[in-house]
Write a protein that binds this ligand. Structure first.
Ligand SMILES: [Fe+2]
Length: 280
């Protein structure tokens, strides 16, 4: 999902839209690695794990002409992520990030920003138990997700007709999607990868326990470049009775319609305090 501001104070419910949060952060911190604020505790020195991830991303996405790196590049980033642990980014499941709830007891999701440039971004989503990141897309992006700890339910989709014009889909009111993943991840597990047209480009996460998800997005969300983070609902019916595309195979497909971020989705930013990234 879309990354949010590192080094910023909590953004409150106004940051439910990760795209908006990203725009805020981009204005304040373009191409700068996360740094401690004045008076904050010193951020740990670079570590081989985090620095190695950054350098792999820089080389792979820097050499990629489009949104999808070469197969060798994908394997390189996957391999680096597979070897990273929560300890490498100074996270433990007893941290306050994994206990945050709003006044109604709804879990808040915390985003820790590590790095962003035009080619890629790195960040961590911290989910308390029962925390939900609702269904959203990653247009023209490749996304790597490494579950650092916890038990996470994942449901993802790809568009059944990836060539369909999104404007037509909007006019239709809903668009047919095929279920890609409907299951539960238990850390330690392999890094997941999604692509612009397959791998589960639209997904939602539900935390069964406290979970930390390290995400690499290439390239990052950017409204100006057509990479807008859009949320979706699963529609209970096809767009119209006369639609020529019935649900093939029933439960393997769903009609998705665009929606605003749910009111109970609270995404807040906190300062990443793990080993810093050196961009030189
Ligand atoms: Fe996502």
């Amino acid at each position: 999902m879309r990354v949010e501001a590192g080094g910023l104070p909590e953004l409150g419910s106004g940051a439910r839209d990760p795209a908006g949060a990203r725009r805020q952060r981009r204005r304040r911190q373009q191409r700068r690695p996360a740094m401690p604020s004045a008076g904050a505790a010193a951020q740990p020195a670079p570590s081989p794990a985090v620095q190695g991830l950054f350098e792999a991303c820089r080389e792979v996405f820097g050499a990629s002409a489009g949104a999808v790196p070469s197969p060798a590049g994908v394997e390189r980033i996957k391999s680096v992520l597979d070897s990273i642990s929560a300890a490498d980014v100074s996270l433990t499941r007893n941290m306050s990030y994994f206990r945050r709830v709003n006044s109604n007891g709804i879990p808040k999701i915390t985003y820790l920003h590590l790095y962003e440039c035009e080619a890629f971004s790195i960040g961590i989503f911290c989910l308390p138990p029962r925390g939900v990141i609702p269904l959203h897309n990653h247009p023209n992006m490749t996304v790597f997700s490494k579950l650092l700890f916890g038990e996470l339910r994942v449901k993802s989709y790809d568009w059944a007709d990836a060539s369909q014009d999104s404007t037509d889909a909007q006019l239709q009111g809903a668009r047919l999607a095929k279920v890609k993943v409907d299951g539960t991840l238990n850390a330690p597990c392999a890094t997941s990868v999604l692509y612009p047209e397959d791998g589960g480009n639209l997904h939602c996460f539900t935390a069964h326990t406290a979970c930390a998800v390290l995400d690499v997005l290439g390239p990052p969300y950017d409204d100006g470049s057509g990479r807008h983070c859009q949320h979706y609902n699963v529609s209970s019916s096809a767009p119209s009775a006369g639609d020529s595309k019935p649900l093939p195979g029933d439960d393997g497909y769903a009609w998705l319609e665009e929606c605003e971020p749910p009111d109970n989705f609270h995404l807040v930013g906190s300062t990443y305090m793990g080993p810093r990234i050196v961009d030189n």
